[in-house]
Design a protein around this ligand. Structure first.
Ligand SMILES: *[C@@H]1O[C@H](CO)[C@@H](O)[C@H](O)[C@H]1NC(C)=O
Ligand SMILES: *[C@@H]1O[C@H](CO)[C@@H](O)[C@H](O)[C@H]1NC(C)=O
Ligand SMILES: *[C@@H]1O[C@H](CO)[C@@H](O)[C@H](O)[C@H]1NC(C)=O
Ligand SMILES: *[C@@H]1O[C@H](CO)[C@@H](O)[C@H](O)[C@H]1NC(C)=O
Length: 398
């Protein structure tokens, strides 16, 4: 199983740099074997928006192939919720513009099964050959191994405020069909334990346009985790073992719609990730109605009792010396309302399992390449937005 895990994590150094490859017979066999293990027997198969979802036995989903989860007892819902999670003033705050996604009614998985996006051979080949390029690294320690990624984010100030047990945020969502092959553009919240590089534990969640991961340019719900800043471990969605899917109708990787239009109506996703104080698993909820998606078991992590930083904003990946993808709405934060992508209603969960708004002094902006991707100041908007910031930048920035 360890072998499987390593393969699934696509740690084949000889491929890390190349953008393309021809498979040898051995590699081809590996991929076939991996496919067999990942794609579990389906009780029902759902086609949604061109994607194939297999409804697999909830107890036999890919998560449980992870070596650390051999003795994991599945949890069907959290033992408790953070105080404030269902407060009206928070959950109704983005009235009318919060996207509620999911498999269409009458097309959800039967009871006792969960939808897992089917991984194709092409997906595995693409991910294998472009792995270095697609990792959802948090914006820390930007050394030369990450030269093909750029961030424009807000990061929590560590002074006096550093034990985070969750984050809740409204992320404005755009379509970015301009994202090309071998690129991705994501807008994410990262819960990070920022230690030595090879010990960085992270969970991230948000939306992405990633031809690298999905083979198309659709905007999708995504989530990732790693325990070493994606050096040897890490996984996006359910494309390898780790995340335990609980919802019958809301799979990771699902296409998001409707999308915001530049200068027009704006939509967004309410994202919540928090740690259940009893069982210590990290739960993922979506939408105004706090629909439960699933969780990352505590056993996956080596250092995530709590996060010591939360990061919010955009991340893009691309091949060295090639064109750059757009970030956010594809427009700079200076364009503001209805034109630039934003995060609003930014909250965290404290050590007493209570939700709190992040105050203006609690976040500071960081941009790795400001002339291409920028992030505006964190400011008080009030009303349905609370505190917010804009971020992003156009494609093909020189
Ligand atoms: C793959 O193999 C074909 C035929 O041998 C060759 O023409 C092509 O350039 C190879 N592609 C790569 C990326 O090596
Ligand atoms: C949200 O929508 C409901 C029903 O349409 C309306 O009654 C309420 O005033 C709205 N709240 C806000 C904050 O806009
Ligand atoms: C996005 O994907 C669609 C469907 O595959 C394709 O027709 C379109 O050309 C793509 N957009 C760009 C800008 O590549
Ligand atoms: C943003 O769009 C909404 C509705 O589409 C409109 O009511 C509002 O005036 C716009 N705001 C700005 C600053 O353009």
């Amino acid at each position: 199983m360890m072998l499987l895990f390593i393969f699934v994590c696509l740690l084949l150094p000889s491929f890390l740099l190349s953008g393309e490859s021809n498979l040898t017979i051995d590699e081809d066999l590996d991929i076939e074997r991996q496919l067999k293990l990942l794609n579990k027997p389906a009780i029902k198969t759902i086609v949604d928006d061109g994607d194939i979802y297999d409804c697999v036995d909830i107890y036999k989903q890919p998560a449980f192939d992870h070596p650390s989860l051999k003795n994991h007892k599945i949890q069907l819902r959290p033992n408790s919720y953070p105080d404030g999670l269902f407060d009206d003033d928070i959950s109704s705050s983005t009235n009318g513009t919060s996207i509620e996604i999911g498999l269409k009614d009458g097309n959800t998985c039967p009871s006792g099964t969960v939808p897992i996006r089917r991984v194709s051979k092409d997906d595995l080949i693409r991910m294998r050959t472009s792995f270095k390029n697609m990792k959802m690294n948090p914006p820390v320690k930007n050394d030369e191994t990450h030269v093909q990624q750029q961030w424009a984010v807000h990061i929590t100030e560590t002074e006096g405020l550093y034990d985070f047990y969750g984050a809740s945020v409204y992320i404005n969502v755009y379509g970015l069909p301009q994202v090309m092959q071998k690129q991705f553009s994501s807008s994410l919240t990262w819960l990070v334990n920022n230690l030595e590089e090879d010990q960085i534990n992270t969970i991230s969640a948000g939306w992405t346009v990633s031809p690298v991961a999905y083979g198309d340019n659709k905007t999708r719900l995504t989530a990732s985790w790693t325990i070493d800043n994606f050096q040897k471990t890490g996984c996006q969605d359910t494309s390898c073992p780790g995340f335990v899917q609980i919802s019958k109708k809301l799979p990771l990787g699902i296409v998001v719609s409707p999308l915001s239009t530049y200068g027009g109506k704006q939509y967004g996703l309410n994202i919540v990730v928090y740690k259940d104080p009893e069982r210590k698993n990290w739960w993922f909820f979506l939408g105004k109605d706090r629909e439960l998606i699933g969780y990352w078991p505590n056993e996956l992590f080596t250092a995530l009792n709590y996060a010591n930083q939360i990061h919010f904003g955009g991340l893009v990946g691309y091949l060295e010396n090639s064109k750059k993808p757009p970030m956010g709405s594809g427009h700079f934060p200076s364009e503001g309302t209805n034109r630039s992508c934003f995060f609003s209603n930014i909250q965290y969960v404290n050590d007493e399992n209570k939700m709190h708004e992040l105050m203006l002094g609690n976040l500071s902006p960081h941009s790795s390449l400001q002339k291409c991707y920028d992030v505006g100041s964190y400011f008080r908007k009030g009303g349905e937005f609370g505190n917010m910031f804009f971020f992003g930048g156009p494609e093909n920035c020189p």
